[in-house]
Write a protein that binds this ligand. Structure first.
Ligand code: NIG
Ligand code: FE
Length: 406
């Protein structure tokens, strides 16, 4: 390095997440202009204007939660109770509850009310080392309410130390105004809602719920064509409750990710492998819905499909604000290895957002989004349940405390 670094983290063990854990013990990492400028053995560290002794902590890339519905109003503990008394998730949805009950609450909330409810949830995620967060719309289902959700999502990234990637999920459920006219809603979404929201700069990617209680494969294809025409990347809630060949569809559109995937077929896996579409695994929803069909982890691994792990934080199927717990569940419920789970919450999650050139691993040139942990080895991150070993977080080279008061 020609000039002195801004900040040197020293007395630290690195899990670079390049090639497995990419462990580098007794190391140091230098930051300049918000980016990683150097990393290597502690004894070879370059000069820096300031130094932070990490006290033998581990450092990983900042965690990336690549699938959330964290901006929403209200909660659905009443439906959870109803499910425990015998109702099914699909029954509740068909009776006007489910996603629609959150739509009613969200439509009534202005941007500040949405933020007031959402920021504490986000702060809980950030206290566990999350530095990048995807936030979906999809509880507005009309232009203004979807816009409010996406504006609130952008504001999350201004009020808290986190990078936010927004996703337009207008095709999440059919709004009551369009009952029996799903194709008309898709017309409205493609011709009016998406172009306007994109023009406002509110949309980084486009998602849909391709399912019996969501949108058909053909309707989803129309949403994807509209997105691609605007140059926006796509992703999909695919094969969560049944096989709708959604994975093949999103792969055909060069999609960033197919998410959930409990009912994924081999044809879907092959299509994802060919397209480089990431499998986003959401064990919180599987757990909370008491699903019994597991995503085909071994076949995904065999096909070389990158697997990410996310919280799916939402009020209906995954009221979870711990990415570390999602990692533990992916290992315990589905036999991911702890190394796969950590890659799933760092490098592969970055890929699922199309941000892997910038974040997700510790490499020179990448943004200095980092997490510091009081652990003995990297597997501890997925191992412990309900404990938070995060001792500090770095956002673009700026060190902060893990805990955030909102
Ligand atoms: O990821 N599957 C559809 N969307 C959400 C659930 C949303 C809800 O029930 O509010 C999910 O599981
Ligand atoms: Fe989801």
């Amino acid at each position: 390095m020609s000039e002195a670094a801004d900040l040197l983290f020293t007395n630290v063990h690195l899990a670079t997440m390049v090639d497995g854990y990419g462990e580098l013990r007794d190391a140091a990492l230098a930051v300049k202009d918000g980016r990683i400028a150097w990393l290597g053995p502690r004894g070879d560290a370059p000069a820096a204007l300031a130094e932070h002794d990490c006290g033998g902590a581990w450092m990983t890339p900042g965690l990336v939660d690549c699938h959330t519905h964290i901006v929403h109003a209200g909660n659905r503990s009443n439906e959870w109770e109803a499910r425990l008394n015998g109702a099914s998730y699909e029954d509740i949805a068909r009776q006007g509850g489910g996603i629609m009950s959150t739509v009613r609450a969200t439509r009534e909330a202005d941007v500040e009310a949405l933020l007031a409810q959402s920021l504490p949830r986000v702060a809980r995620l950030l206290s566990e080392g999350v530095t990048t967060l995807e936030i979906k719309s999809g509880y507005g289902l009309e232009l203004d309410a979807e816009a409010r959700m996406l504006r609130a999502a952008r504001l999350v990234g201004e009020r808290l130390p986190v990078r936010v990637a927004t996703t337009f999920l207008g095709a999440h459920a059919l709004p009551p105004e369009f009952a029996g006219r799903a194709d008309d809603y898709v017309d409205e979404l493609c011709a009016r809602m998406l172009p306007q929201l994109a023009q406002e700069g509110l949309v980084d990617a486009v998602d849909a719920f391709c399912e019996r209680i969501g949108f058909s494969n053909a309707q989803t294809a129309r949403v994807f064509e509209a997105a691609r025409a605007l140059g926006l990347p796509v992703k999909l809630h695919a094969e969560q409750l049944s096989d709708q060949q959604g994975a093949e569809l999103v792969a055909r559109h060069g999609g960033l990710s197919a998410d959930h995937l409990e009912y994924l077929s081999q044809a879907g896996i092959d299509a994802m492998a060919r397209a480089g579409t990431v499998a986003v695994l959401l064990p919180g929803a599987y757990y909370f819905l008491r699903e019994t069909v597991q995503p085909p982890i071994a076949a995904l691994r065999e096909a070389g499909v990158a697997m990410a792990v996310a919280t799916d934080c939402n009020p209906g199927t995954s009221p979870m604000t711990s990415l570390l717990l999602a990692m533990n569940m992916a290992c315990t419920l589905w036999r991911l290895t702890p190394r796969e789970a950590l890659a799933g919450a760092t490098s592969h999650a970055a890929r699922a957002l199309g941000l892997h050139a910038d974040i997700g691993t510790l490499e020179v040139g990448k943004r200095a989004d980092l997490a510091l942990w009081d652990i003995a080895r990297p597997a501890d991150l997925a191992y412990a349940m309900g404990s938070n070993p995060c001792r500090g977080v770095v956002n673009g080279g700026v060190l902060r405390q893990a805990h955030i008061a909102v």
